[in-house]
Design a protein around this ligand. Structure first.
Ligand code: ADP
Ligand code: MG
Length: 227
């Protein structure tokens, strides 16, 4: 499919540019951060000044987070592939995201029992689930829940992540994965793109089912390691 190839090529170039810019911007940020810490330790500093410095610090942290997102675009080839239990990876990521969920009034319910072995790069695969779970949490405006389950489907394993958040229209689903597509004030629009890229490289698939005002299910499907 030609247009799919062109899209992939576009994404690659965007990724490379974004990553090199991100890399260059990181150095001056580090310098500014260093000075903030020096000022914070000054003797004659006022309370107001401390508040301002702390704000500067947290804004810098936000910038660093965005840069981190962009840099992860450049890593196109999954190096260090290993045999992994997909379920163990998902459980670890859930552990990491639990406090973020709590903060957003989201209850995470898991139904993850058996092991399912696949071949992947540990940190990349974790990134996929982190991005999807994070989006699920962020789709819930007030209180809600995120349900995560897994099952074997022939020679594949499927992990389903379902939120009861705001959902997406068909138009919105189509735009998922294109670079910089975001509906959030502080979004980068890179999370789902990174997910698609990583799962594609592992010969897997991501399926999305969504209903406006009801919720969304992301299904991550990967080939099982042959027994
Ligand atoms: P970001 O989270 O920075 O906006 P993403 O690539 O992770 O970037 O997501 C792109 C957009 O896709 C989001 O801004 C949101 O509109 C939509 N989206 C992704 N996941 C969900 C979800 N679970 N429920 C509703 N909308 C979603
Ligand atoms: Mg996101």
């Amino acid at each position: 499919n030609k247009s799919k190839l062109q899209q992939a090529e576009k994404i690659k170039i965007v990724g490379e540019i974004a990553a090199s810019v991100a890399h260059e911007v990181r150095n001056p940020l580090t310098v500014v951060k260093g000075f903030i810490h020096i000022f914070k330790n000054e003797k004659n500093i006022t309370r107001d000044q401390i508040v301002s410095l702390e704000l500067m610090d947290s804004e810098l942290q936000r910038a660093e987070k965005i840069i981190h997102d962009y840099l992860s675009l450049a890593k196109s080839k999954p190096t260090d592939l290993e045999k992994l239990d997909m379920i163990e990876i998902v459980k670890n990521v859930v552990g990491v995201m639990e406090s973020y969920a709590l903060l957003n009034g989201v209850n995470i319910v898991t139904n993850l029992q058996d092991s399912h072995y696949i071949t992947a790069n540990r940190s990349e695969l974790s990134q996929v689930f982190l991005n999807i779970i994070k989006n699920g949490i962020e789709s819930i405006e007030n209180k809600g829940s995120l349900t995560i389950s897994a099952r074997k489907l022939g020679n594949y394993v499927e992990v389903n992540i379902t939120d009861n958040g705001k959902g997406m229209s068909d138009e919105e689903i189509k735009r998922l994965g294109s670079p910089f597509y975001t509906t959030k004030d502080q979004g980068t629009g890179l999370g789902t793109m990174v997910c698609y890229k990583i799962i594609d490289s592992l010969k897997g698939e991501i399926k999305v089912n969504s209903t406006i005002n009801e919720g969304t299910t992301f299904s991550v499907i990967l080939p099982l390691v042959e027994q």
